[in-house]
Design a protein around this ligand. Structure first.
Ligand SMILES: Cc1cc2nc3c(=O)[nH]c(=O)nc-3n(C[C@H](O)[C@H](O)[C@H](O)COP(=O)(O)O)c2cc1C
Length: 200
């Protein structure tokens, strides 16, 4: 089984990248499983949703090469993992633009002429790992994590039929860095085991 780990952070030495690497190491606790990291910042993915993307959304033209390449690596994966810092109680613009452009009408879902929605990513298990700087009390007081789950887990992935298996928020105050990296390793190690036990 193969996982695609998408990271959206400009600094290779950041905690976010470290968490992604630990998830990857966890995945290979079964040597039969593998992973690749899509480092959107290092790869220079352009998150801007252009007139071409809008024409794709309207089914007036084919997707551009960079979008097709991203869709192909998701198609090749048995699981999708998103690792990102919380920016303004949501995902960074780089990752949001990746979703805006890559999860296109016709590929992630189909809105036919009769406006009936066809969810096209039902085969794809998704694991979300957000890393935040605020404390849990702040999240609880304002319902920020619940809002993120509504918007991201349900609003994006459920819309496309993809099952969100893991939705984690790793916070600085609650646990030290070592504990967060341990959690990351555990998420990786359980990634395909969970899938198999749920399918059984
Ligand atoms: C532009 C920006 C916005 C941020 N907004 C939030 C936020 O809304 N909530 C939060 O908990 N942390 C927020 N933070 C803190 C980051 O989530 C935190 O510093 C980061 O996850 C730490 O991981 P890193 O070392 O990988 O950057 C923000 C940081 C930046 C740079």
């Amino acid at each position: 089984m193969h996982a695609l780990i998408v990271v959206a952070h400009p600094e290779p030495g950041s905690l976010t990248h470290n968490v992604a690497a630990h998830i990857g190491h966890g995945i290979t606790c079964d040597p039969a499983d593998s992973f690749e990291i899509a480092d959107l910042a290092a790869e220079g993915f352009d998150p801007r949703f252009t007139a071409v993307d809008l024409a794709v959304h309207r089914r007036e033209m084919a997707a551009s090469a960079d979008v097709i390449a991203e869709q192909a690596r998701i198609d090749r994966a048995d699981a999708l993992v998103l690792v990102y810092p919380v920016y303004w109680w949501s995902m960074p613009g780089l990752l949001k633009g990746w979703i805006d452009r890559v999860f296109s009408n016709g590929w992630a879902y189909d809105e036919g002429a009769d406006l009936k929605l066809v969810k096209k990513l039902q085969r794809l298990p998704v694991h979300l790992v957000a890393i935040g700087g605020a404390d849990m009390r702040t999240y609880a007081r304002h319902g920020y994590f619940g809002a993120m789950k509504t918007q991201i887990d349900h609003g994006i992935f459920d819309y496309c039929g993809a099952r969100v298996v893991t939705s984690e928020l790793l916070l600085e105050q609650r646990e030290g860095e070592d504990q967060r990296l341990q959690t990351a390793r555990t998420i990786g190690c359980n990634l395909f085991r969970k899938k198999m036990s749920q399918a059984a």
